[in-house]
Design a protein around this ligand. Structure first.
Ligand code: PLP
Length: 404
């Protein structure tokens, strides 16, 4: 291998598309105006660029441009949606929140804070494929429910959630419906009206745009009311103060426009590569388990797998020069915690510890898939050779049944 490993961690972040970079460059140079400066040409040029980007973001979501609020990313958008809505709804007797156990931490930790402020939160479970329990959502939503928050695609196992059904349930009870669409947007069909979504979190760096910029789309009709969580100059219709990140916003807009134009073709190509990686690994190795839903019911770039008797850490170490991937476990300072997403799916600690997430993306190629598959097959084989448990299992002994 020469140079850096092959990048297959597109759920963590994506490279900026060269065309997005091209669109941003003037705004780091001669176009340095403040979009809030109303009295001169520098400000007007920046404002025009921001408004063009607002239309591009709205275009991808299928909603009104006036609903787009620029933020620093999906984390901030999730915080603004949940805390901003509940600050109004809690005192109005709608202090109940419905979300899912496998949401991103930006949603779950916002919910924890809302609980400390007096809200009641229902964390709905998922099935063994990571799909939310719709019956439990229907049971949970009541007339005191202020907001329902469910993601488009899970960032670990790629599960696509039944948003249209959830949106209809929320609407029927007069609750707001928030969707964290950071994963999957630009790859899977999404339309705020078809799905009856009121609030949508977007992150530029998950769709070939720059880091540190995103948006919250807020429905205007019927109006989703929010309280700003950042006080200041009253930018973004009073919903998010702070001088706008003009180059970042231009990049987000360009990334959304490209996703709208090319998303379908991009998804087809990425899905083909992902399916080929799975075919090679599942044919080349025994004891390979797919974590999450069937391939056709998940994020097109997601392949989360566990290899029996092979923990993720040594496998990733063995592969570090070949491919950049993530494991399902999060390293905290003291220990390696198994993924809360895999645990919510009912997987035991061993399978959760063994999970590796391949996140394929637009820049990947068929040759890279072949290289990675060969390396993974070789590394798993080598690690299993050194595993007494694997050898026992090969002899027909179930190691978990042994009383040590
Ligand atoms: C990456 C991600 C976020 C956080 O987005 P940032 O723009 O990095 O703050 C939130 N939710 C999901 C599902 C994500 O994948």
């Amino acid at each position: 291998m020469s140079g850096r490993p092959i990048y297959m961690d597109h759920h963590s972040t994506t490279a900026v598309d060269p065309r997005v970079l091209e669109a941003m460059l003037p705004f780091f140079g001669e176009e340095y105006g403040n979009a809030a400066s109303r009295s001169h040409a520098y400000g007007w040029a920046a404002e025009d660029a921001v408004e063009a980007a607002r239309a591009q973001v709205a275009g991808l979501l299928g909603g009104a441009a006036r609903g787009v609020v620029f933020t620093s990313g999906a984390t901030e958008s999730d915080n603004l949606a949940l805390k901003g809505a509940m600050e109004l709804l809690l005192p109005e007797g709608r202090g109940h929140v419905v979300t899912c156990k496998t949401e991103h931490k930006a949603v779950l930790d916002s919910c924890r804070r809302l609980e400390r402020a007096g809200a009641r939160v229902t964390y709905v479970g998922v099935d063994d494929a990571g799909r939310i329990d719709l019956d439990a959502v229907a049971d949970a939503i009541g007339d005191d429910t202020g907001i329902v928050s469910v993601m488009l695609a899970n960032n670990e196992v790629g599960a696509l959630q039944p948003l249209a059904e959830i949106g209809a349930l929320a609407r029927a009870h007069g609750a707001l419906f928030h969707c964290d669409a950071a994963q999957g947007l630009g790859l899977v069909p999404f339309d705020v009206n078809a799905l009856e979504v009121d609030l949508v979190s977007v992150s530029a760096h998950k769709l070939y745009g720059p880091k540190g910029v995103g948006a919250l789309w807020v429905r205007r009709r019927p109006r989703a009311r929010l309280i700003a969580q950042m006080d200041g100059g009253g930018h973004e219709r009073g919903l998010r103060s702070g001088t706008l990140n003009v180059p970042g916003i231009v990049g987000l807009g360009a990334a959304c426009a490209l996703a709208q134009a090319e998303g379908e073709a991009r998804a087809r190509r990425v899905r083909g590569l992902r399916d080929e990686l799975w075919r090679r690994l599942s044919e080349g190795l025994e004891g390979v388990r797919l974590n999450g839903p069937p391939l056709d019911a998940r994020h097109p770039g997601n392949l989360n797998i566990s290899f029996d008797y092979v923990p993720a850490e040594p496998l990733m170490l063995a592969l570090k020069d070949v491919v950049a991937v993530s494991s399902g476990s999060a390293c905290t300072s003291a220990s390696v915690e198994p993924s809360y997403v895999l645990r919510a799916m009912g997987h035991d600690e061993e399978r959760a510890h063994g999970s590796i997430r391949f996140g394929l993306g637009a820049p990947n190629t068929a040759a890279q898939v072949a290289t990675v598959a060969d390396a993974v097959i070789a590394a798993v084989g080598q690690l299993r050779e050194g595993s007494a448990l694997w050898r026992l299992a090969q002899q027909g002994v179930d190691p978990s049944a042994i009383d040590w």
